[in-house]
Design a protein around this ligand. Structure first.
Ligand SMILES: [Zn+2]
Length: 425
């Protein structure tokens, strides 16, 4: 069993110890691992992530802190036998068992974890006090933390009320104490959460007159050190409702980031931060309206162009017997959806007509259409002209659409002439 220095004093971040065991890198475990007699490094457990830091060899009574002699601790884990394993960045010059080392923990990272973790105790207790919603799991991520509450839903009002109550406890700066009790005693104390029956002695974390729970993590000494607790997103998950939150320094960093994003958005609208949602709503409305106006104008334009095309095309131009018109048109300044619209307008007129239309705007495309009941087969015709150039497309008897590979320099106007020639033949 490794003696856990953080159990009694979470603030220890410098300590001396002796190396008990060293595991050299292997193919299965490429990082060297060190086991110490005692450690202040926290191993990942109970939702809280591990510490990082340094181990430095002690020679005589001097800490050898030359860069080359320092071992970087990149991960810390709990082994099944109760020992704590420190994984080192490889390759490193490893100390021998029995060597004296000085450990130093990345303090900023540890303080952040203490703020988040103690904040979680306060928040979980607030949800119990106000709504009897128990916490079933806790997750500490890189940017934010979350708790899963055993409840199908949490309303926005409940989020606000829990946040308010939790911050009240923070502002009252209540002492956070560590106590050890027997399991039998713990059962009488009415803990918020009792761990599975494994150990006889339990480590309790007490936030004065507010929360008492069994926990092996690191915590601040008074609730005021949490700084503040800010609740963010909540969402339905399999085991209940997940509530995201940030405490202390993270809350400040997150607020700074939100402020920067919002400021940038406000500057784009030349508006105040708080007016950004209203500005976005307005701008969405405006763009919807202008899209509709544009669609209407294009529809009218296609209609007029179709009429003009039909009028300029003599009835007997192509076929003496059927009086069928063939409208051939290639657009270099309009896309394929306009070409389609134009073809539809041409063939909707109450005359026997075939429209062979193309757009040369990249990616170039073709639309073949005929008035309902025409004798030609548009789908087959399109397939026929596209097959020679590796294009793709298809459709029905009266309407077909396809394209040639983008940037292929294929002359779609030539394909139109080819199609017209096939019909006339
Ligand atoms: Zn805890």
């Amino acid at each position: 069993m490794t003696k856990r220095l953080y159990y009694d004093r979470s603030e220890i971040h410098e300590f001396d110890s002796i190396v008990e065991e060293i595991t050299s890198p292997s193919p299965e475990q490429p990082r060297p691992a060190v086991i110490l007699r005692e450690t202040a490094f926290y191993p990942t457990s109970g939702g809280q992530v591990h510490d990082t830091g340094w181990l430095t060899l002690v020679v005589g009574d001097r800490v050898d802190d030359r860069e080359a002699e320092r071992l970087r601790v990149i991960e810390v884990a709990d082994a099944e036998d109760g020992r704590i394993v420190h994984y080192l960045e490889a390759p490193a010059k490893l100390p021998l068992p029995g060597a004296a080392v000085h450990g130093s923990i990345d303090l900023e990272r540890r303080l952040d974890h203490m703020q988040q973790h103690t904040g979680q105790h306060v928040l979980s207790a607030a949800f119990i006090e106000l709504y009897q919603m128990p916490t079933v799991s806790f997750h500490m991520g890189e940017d934010y933390c979350s708790i899963d509450l055993a409840t199908p839903a949490v309303s926005p009002e409940q989020i606000l009320a829990a946040e308010k109550r939790a911050n009240q406890i923070v502002f009252e700066n209540r002492p956070v104490r560590i106590r050890y009790v027997s399991r039998a005693e713990a059962e009488k104390l009415g803990l918020r959460k009792l761990p599975p029956a494994e150990r006889d002695e339990l480590r309790l974390i007490e936030i004065a007159d507010f929360d008492l729970s069994a926990c092996g993590g690191t915590h601040v000494g008074a609730s005021g050190q949490i700084g503040s607790i800010v609740l963010r997103k909540s969402e339905r998950v399999r085991q209940g409702t997940r509530v995201e939150f940030v405490c202390g320094g993270r809350a400040v960093r997150m607020a700074r980031r939100d402020y920067s994003a919002l400021s940038e958005a406000a500057a784009l609208f030349s508006a105040h931060l708080w007016d950004v949602p209203e500005q976005i709503r307005k701008s969405i409305e405006e763009s919807k309206l202008s899209r509709k106006q544009k669609d209407d104008a294009l529809d009218q334009l296609a209609e007029l162009m179709a009429l003009a095309a039909l009028q300029s095309q003599p009835d007997n131009d192509q076929s003496q017997t059927t009086g069928r018109k063939i409208v051939v048109r290639s657009f270099s300044d309009r896309d394929i959806s306009f070409a389609k619209l134009f073809a539809q307008k041409v063939t909707r007129a109450n005359v026997p007509v075939i429209a062979l239309v193309a757009s040369t705007v990249d990616p170039p495309g073709l639309v073949f259409a005929q008035a309902a009941g025409g004798s030609a087969d548009m789908g087959a015709l399109l397939k026929q002209v596209l097959s020679s150039v590796g294009g793709r497309g298809g459709g029905s008897h009266d309407f077909a659409q396809g394209g040639v590979p983008a940037g292929s320099n294929i002359d779609v106007e030539r394909l139109l002439r080819e199609a017209a020639g096939t019909i006339e033949a």
